[in-house]
Design a protein around this ligand. Structure first.
Ligand SMILES: NC(=O)c1ccc[n+]([C@@H]2O[C@H](COP(=O)([O-])OP(=O)(O)OC[C@H]3O[C@@H](n4cnc5c(N)ncnc54)[C@H](OP(=O)(O)O)[C@@H]3O)[C@@H](O)[C@H]2O)c1
Length: 318
């Protein structure tokens, strides 16, 4: 039996603030409670909400005073190294991935983390840990927005903004696999990338009147918010849906007959299994543009805060 260490390296945000609050520290290894497993984290996905929460926005409202100093990160992939009371779904040695504990304190930017089994899936055999860590929150968000909230169906038309980003590049592949007609909105440098993922049409978001000439769509997946949401609203057909990801009400009501929900991603191991199945069928693959070691978490946050990420950024623990 492997003997586990008492302490581990973890990235700690000492208090809400700028990137300089991130420190690499030695902290106690957590223990799995009932229904939980302890995971040796190989890779942790970096999401915009990580940096927003570190800055005191994002999910910071769901953290209590006792959660600071806070270990950021919700997306992880690695190996189960210990199981808590009552766990039968996973065993020591299993490779797992997931979005865990969101929006509470979960601590994926660390060498070890605990997670409830209901929030995990076995990692796809064809993905490395780095790629698996890039799949969870982006894939769950895309699925929950397009399928659960908007009810996207075969042969429907969907327009996806921020299409080359962490959520969007997975949404394009999932929507195309569902048989939808996918219109991807991005800057021109990402157009070939998006066509390669299955987008049927690409639109230059930097053009003055980027919505002109687009026929009505059934669904808009709004990954940008603000003015971009307002500009996309007239594209939605009566009875259609615009589903937004960025938080904050832009104050512009949807036209009568157009649904306009805001989605807040929920951890879900069963939906992760669906995504795993899509990966194994060869129709879904996360794109990782950069990796950083744990010690460079501040640089990873700088990169995700730039807004220019193609696919995902991932932290590695080795
Ligand atoms: N509500 C939820 O549960 C939930 C879950 C996940 C994510 N989100 C939010 O959804 C948003 C997208 O997340 P993400 O992980 O996909 O982000 P991301 O990876 O940072 O998105 C990057 C992409 O956004 C595009 N972009 C950058 N600036 C833009 C602008 N001004 N206008 C239009 N596009 C721009 C860029 O492509 P181009 O330059 O090529 O356009 C880039 O590829 C974030 O605000 C995130 O916090 C919410």
């Amino acid at each position: 039996m492997t003997v586990l260490p008492d302490t581990m390296r973890a990235v700690v945000a000492t208090a809400p603030g700028g990137r300089d609050v991130l420190e690499l520290r030695q902290v106690p290894v957590p223990s799995p409670g009932p229904g939980e497993v302890l995971i040796r984290v190989a890779a942790a996905g970096v999401n915009p909400v990580d940096a927003k929460t570190r800055a005191g926005r994002g999910a910071a409202q769901f953290l209590g005073d006792g959660d600071w100093p806070w270990i950021p990160g919700w997306d992880l992939a690695g190996e189960v190294v210990a199981i808590g009371f009552g766990v039968a779904r996973f065993a020591v040695g299993d490779r797992v991935f997931g979005t865990v504990g969101f929006p509470g304190a979960a601590g994926a930017y660390a060498e070890y983390a605990v997670a409830h089994v209901s929030q995990l899936s076995r990692s796809p055999r064809s993905l490395s840990d780095v790629d698996a860590a890039a799949l969870a929150m982006g894939g769950l968000t895309a699925w929950q927005a397009m399928v659960d909230a908007a009810g996207l169906e075969t042969n429907q038309r969907i327009l996806i903004t921020a299409a080359a980003g962490g959520v969007g590049h997975l949404a394009v592949q999932i929507a195309a696999d569902l048989g939808a007609h996918v219109i991807a909105v991005a800057s021109p440098a990402n157009h070939d990338f998006l066509r390669g993922l299955g987008a049927h049409d690409v639109v230059d978001r930097t053009a003055d009147d980027w919505t002109s000439g687009i026929e009505p769509v059934d669904v808009v997946l709004d990954g940008v918010g603000g003015p971009a949401r307002a500009e996309a609203l007239p594209l939605v057909r009566p009875g259609g849906t615009i589903v937004s990801l960025p938080s904050g009400d832009d104050g512009v009501p949807a036209p009568e007959g157009v649904r306009s929900p805001w989605v807040f991603v929920a951890p879900d191991g069963l939906e992760l299994q669906l995504l795993t199945g899509s990966v194994e069928r060869g129709v879904l693959r996360p794109h990782v543009s950069r990796t950083f070691p744990l010690a460079e978490a501040a640089a990873a946050h700088e990169a995700i805060e730039s807004g220019g990420t193609r696919g995902k950024i991932v932290l590695t623990t080795d």
